[in-house]
Design a protein around this ligand. Structure first.
Ligand code: SF4
Ligand code: SF4
Length: 456
């Protein structure tokens, strides 16, 4: 896409280009699910929306169209003029927000009354409290030196999801440690209000999303680098695709952690770390997270597995850019939420993983890992009452094993152990932390408690 070179956000340049080049042919929406459901030709009103000339009576229709989008990406890359609207769906919602500040995005199957409970600030407070309850500061002290702002090769922005799966959080940081990376560490929604903002933007909470994102950009600057490594697919999408739409002259380089590590492990001096004698062969199939795939990264994980000894990839039918979105498979069932508990085939991803004959299904981000583990093979198997057809492992755990870092998958364990000794490993303990975080953060709008300093 040719856009003029003057300053501005990517989105403001895109709008200018769209107004000039779109001929309203409708090709981009020929196979669009939202169009089938709403019969609303959104391509005929976007120019007016972008020029602030939209007839107010169309606001409701556009909103319905956008809420019916199942993010199938059929409109992506279909325009002969190179106008990729899929990438801009979030920012198109931003235009609606400017017209109606009460605008909130919710999938069309969720009753609109729930929109009242979507409050960016409250959600962020709840997450900050939850991350502090699940991994308290004292358990993170081991990595304090990486949090100190000073010049680094790269900054690792953890995101908030990984902190809810503590074994992945500790495994990944131990991997960085073992490989002697010169990295700075910023944790999402832990002790500071920093986040990629993607979820807030997605839900239509633009002001709060931008506040969190700008805080993150400021934090990164303290490490004197423009390179930011992320692990969560949604953070990758937020920082790579959304941030340039909202922030002028945004110039951070976003790198997926698997890519950065694969490049390091290719180097001769690092190969010794992988010299596990008799590494047993693994046949792995990969579930590509759509936020990663549609932000242009399907190669990192494959590159990483190509440097691990005795790993073979068996691709499932829908992979790379064609992968299914697990979250939308869940949304599809919301007409009858009981299906999520009783149905075994909520996610076709598991069927395809089994068909691939792989021994392991590899997840790429904390959100997909949680959805695949909880709903993938039927809820009864998540609770340990029936057998799983294929184990779900995150790539961080797979790599950790090659580097001698092995930790129990606490999500799988807690789902099948409601009460345990020690209590902190149980499912009940985890649910209590969620409840506490909800009451203190969401309802009480309080930040996490600061531990009092010990008196000498
Ligand atoms: S295919 Fe391209 S030119 Fe046609 S309506 Fe869509 S964005 Fe406009
Ligand atoms: S991603 Fe959304 S807008 Fe694009 S074709 Fe699919 S349903 Fe339609």
């Amino acid at each position: 896409m040719n856009t003029s070179s003057h300053k501005g956000t990517e989105f403001s340049k895109f709008k200018e280009y769209y107004i000039r080049e779109c001929n309203e042919c409708g090709v981009c929406y020929e196979n669009c699910y939202a169009y089938k459901i709403t019969k609303y030709p959104i391509h005929k009103t976007l120019k007016n929306l972008f020029q602030n000339k939209l007839d107010k009576k169309n606001v409701k229709k556009i909103k319905k169209f956008l809420n019916s989008c199942i993010y199938c990406k059929s409109c992506q890359k279909s325009c002969i003029n190179g106008l990729d609207l899929t990438e801009r769906l979030t920012t198109i919602r931003f235009e609606l927000f400017k017209l109606n500040r009460k605008y909130t995005w919710l999938p069309y199957k969720i009753p609109s009354i729930f929109a009242r409970f979507i409050n960016g600030k409250r959600i962020a407070h709840a997450l900050m409290n939850l991350n502090n309850y699940l991994i308290p500061k004292i358990n993170r002290q081991k990595y304090d030196e990486y949090r100190t702002p000073k010049t680094r090769d790269i900054v690792f922005f953890s995101g908030c999801g990984i902190q809810m799966l503590e074994n992945q959080y500790f495994t990944l940081l131990d991997i960085f440690n073992k490989l002697n990376l010169n990295f700075g560490l910023i944790e999402g929604l832990f002790d500071k209000s920093v986040c990629c903002g993607a979820v807030s933007f997605g839900l239509g909470k633009f002001e709060h999303g931008l506040y969190l994102l700008k805080n993150l950009v400021d934090e990164v600057k303290r490490f004197n680098t423009k390179k930011v490594m992320v692990y969560c697919a949604t953070c990758y999408y937020g920082l790579k695709k959304l941030a340039p739409q909202f922030i002028e002259d945004y110039d951070l380089e976003i790198i997926y952690a698997a890519d950065y590590i694969a490049e390091i492990l290719k180097k001769e001096e690092y190969k010794k770390h992988l010299n596990i004698p008799k590494a047993k062969s693994q046949l792995i199939t990969i579930h590509d997270s759509c936020h990663l795939a549609h932000s242009g990264d399907v190669s990192s994980i494959r590159k990483l597995f190509s440097v691990l000894p005795n790993v073979t990839i068996s691709e499932m039918k829908h992979h790379k850019e064609n992968s299914f979105c697990d979250l939308y498979c869940i949304i599809r069932e919301l007409n009858n939420p009981l299906n999520l508990i009783v149905k075994k085939d909520v996610l076709p991803i598991i069927d395809e993983a089994v068909e691939s004959k792989a021994n392991v299904l590899c997840s790429l981000c904390p959100n997909c890992h949680a959805v695949l583990t909880i709903f993938g093979d039927g809820f009864t198997s998540a609770l340990g009452l029936t057998n799983k057809r294929i184990p779900v492992k995150n790539w961080v755990s797979i790599l950790g094993e090659y580097l001698g870092i092995r930790m129990k998958d606490m999500l799988t364990y807690r789902l099948s152990h409601f009460i345990t000794i020690p209590f902190k490993e149980s499912g009940l303990w985890y649910l209590i932390q969620i409840l506490k975080a909800f009451v203190r953060g969401y309802i009480g709008l309080k930040k996490p408690k600061k531990k009092k300093k010990m008196k000498n």
